[in-house]
Design a protein around this ligand. Structure first.
Ligand code: GUN
Length: 277
């Protein structure tokens, strides 16, 4: 079994854009609403990555009780701000805010998370039209490519059908000619699907959902979950101990997909800046 080391690849990718960043002088802005502890940790990593890549960084901190129209007004300000070449609204948002409406207000050319309908739509056409692809799925593809893991013709099983990971990674795997099965909470017999997977991508948010008896020998496992177990330790959706015994490759948590999301965000930030010069 080999680890899919997202941490080290992420560092390489971030370092690789430094020269370009020094020329382009992009700025990434992050809108952070409230003080959600996990979000604060993720945002800190994004800030560190910007510093490492010589990308300008700006944080817009807003109170939890902000009204939806006030938040959208902040998005509009960043849409208009020529210094900001890309920005994201860190999720989750408070329940009082309707996320799709906020995402809809982001200018697609600055949408470096790749959450906007325009960017998701381009991804639907084919891999050559992926322009600002959603960050986490894009990071997953880069991780698989780095380890020369073939995708074409493979049985890819995705567990989870979220707008930000499960659905877009299913499409990106289809773009690379995999045979894709997307499972979710209503799937009747999850094990019958996971057992067939050559590549298993799990993005549910449920610690230990996938165990060794649910996968076949030699499977490639990508664990997108970030959970805390009973001891407060970070863990994924995959029971690492039992699954790693059967897997040919497995991404660890932490150190797998998480850093790759940050790397993909940085690459999107460079790409967006290039198209604005
Ligand atoms: N919350 C958890 N992951 C992400 C991400 O990649 N982007 C945003 N905007 N929010 C998140």
């Amino acid at each position: 079994m080999e680890l899919l080391d997202g941490k080290s690849l992420s560092g390489e990718l971030i370092d690789s854009v430094k020269l370009e960043a020094e020329k382009l002088k992009p700025t990434l802005a992050v809108i952070l609403v409230g003080e959600h502890p996990a979000s604060m940790a993720y945002v800190k990593n994004k800030k560190k990555a910007c510093e490492r890549a010589s990308i300008g960084y700006r944080e817009v901190n807003l109170p939890t009780d902000i009204a939806q129209d006030e938040l959208i007004a902040e998005v509009e300000k960043l849409n208009q701000d020529d210094e900001v070449t890309g920005f994201i609204v860190q999720l989750p948002l408070p329940d009082s805010i309707y996320v799709p409406e906020v995402i809809r207000s982001i200018d697609p050319k600055k949408d470096v998370d790749g959450f906007q309908a325009y960017n998701l739509g381009k991804m639907f056409l084919s891999s050559e039209f992926e322009d600002l692809p959603p960050a986490t799925p894009s990071g997953i593809v880069k991780l698989l490519d780095h380890y020369d893991i073939p995708i074409q013709g493979k049985e890819v099983v995705v567990v989870g059908h979220s707008n930000h990971v499960g659905k877009p990674i299913s499409v990106m795997m289809l773009n690379r000619n995999a045979t894709v099965t997307t499972c979710h909470i209503h799937t009747q017999d999850l094990v019958s699907h996971t057992k067939r997977a050559d590549i298993l991508i799990v993005a549910v948010g449920k610690a230990g959902l996938i165990t060794g008896d649910m996968v076949k020998e030699g499977v490639v496992v990508v664990d997108v979950g970030i959970n805390r177990n009973d001891d407060g330790k970070l863990c994924g959706d995959v029971d690492f101990d039992s699954v790693s015994g059967k897997a040919s490759y497995i991404s660890p948590v932490p150190g797998g997909v998480g850093p790759m999301t940050v790397a993909a965000l940085i690459l999107n930030t460079i790409h967006a800046a290039k198209r604005q010069v």
